[in-house]
Write a protein that binds this ligand. Structure first.
Ligand code: PAF
Length: 281
């Protein structure tokens, strides 16, 4: 018989539910509108931990003033069904009032590594992410926390925060789940019109082409970035925001790829901003 999943909102309810979980506890933080990528994190947590907590919270502080907070897709009923089927023990769905009560004024800010890439395009984004993730860690006290590789910089920033703030939590980064044509799974894919959805595979194609060049021996980072630009620019529905070939630890742009590197890009398909990355090593 499958165990039943507890759904809680208030902090006190969460603390009580948490007190019933023993053994290693895994946390899967999400903003909901779940897809197979999220579920693969939950399943991995289920294999590695005795208890699994998932959170659903569309965190307002990680959205910029012109970003998609209001229209961010939501499907709570569908999410809860998926989480229950995947074997989650506790789902915490706090409100913005619970996370940021009136008068809220405490922030967690990782410094240098949040400046380039996503940080330069989305000022304040990582401050919102690290603040909410620290609050989720404090409230759920997991032994392990699971994040996706699609948000590579986010995962690295959270790992840094975990180390800097001495959280006794292992950060586990799971590979990007992709649609059949290679498009990285993302809740934001639901914004795409059918022709944009077809065209969006160009991100994967561009990364693949640059990775092939790398495998064939190309080590000049600018030439690898140019391979990506050339392919994205051939797709009329896509507008490249940035392409980066950066050191995997610092996210500083490279001239020569002679250690582990992150090849990443952000592309607008109409108003929808998509990101993706490959690791070169
Ligand atoms: O990756 C996400 O969905 C969010 O950034 C996270 C980690 C749940 C924090 O709001």
């Amino acid at each position: 018989m499958s165990k039943s999943m507890l759904i809680v909102m208030q902090l006190e309810e969460l603390f009580l539910a948490r007190s019933f979980l023993d053994g290693p506890v895994g946390l899967v933080p999400t903003m909901g509108y779940l897809h197979a990528g999220h579920i693969s994190l939950v399943e991995k947590a289920g294999l590695e931990c005795k208890g699994v907590i998932a959170t659903i919270f569309v965190n307002p502080t990680q959205f910029g003033p012109t970003e998609d907070l209001e229209k961010y897709p939501r499907n709570i009923d569908g999410d809860l069904k998926l989480l229950e089927a995947a074997g989650v023990d506790v789902v915490w769905m706090p409100t913005a009032q619970i996370m940021y009560p009136p008068g809220y004024q405490t922030w967690v800010d990782v410094e240098n590594m949040t400046k380039p890439l996503e940080g330069s395009m989305r000022p304040g984004h990582f401050r919102g992410v690290t603040t909410v993730v620290a609050k989720l860690f404090n409230a759920t006290r997991p032994d392990r926390a699971y994040f996706g590789q699609k948000d590579a910089q986010q995962a690295a920033v959270i790992r840094q925060m975990t180390r800097d703030l001495s959280y006794p939590i292992e950060i586990i980064v799971c590979s990007t789940r992709r649609e059949a044509d290679g498009l990285a799974m993302s809740s934001r894919n639901s914004y795409l019109a059918p022709e944009q959805r077809l065209a969006a595979v160009v991100l994967f194609r561009a990364l693949n082409a640059a990775q092939s060049a790398y495998k064939e021996g190309e080590r000049n980072a600018e030439r690898l970035r140019q391979v990506v630009r050339d392919i994205i620019n051939l797709e009329p529905l896509a507008k490249l925001q940035y392409v980066s070939c950066a050191d995997y630890e610092t996210f500083q742009e490279l001239e020569v790829v002679n250690s582990k590197a992150l090849l990443s890009l952000a592309v607008f398909m109409g108003a929808t901003r998509l990101i993706d990355n490959f690791i070169l090593e």
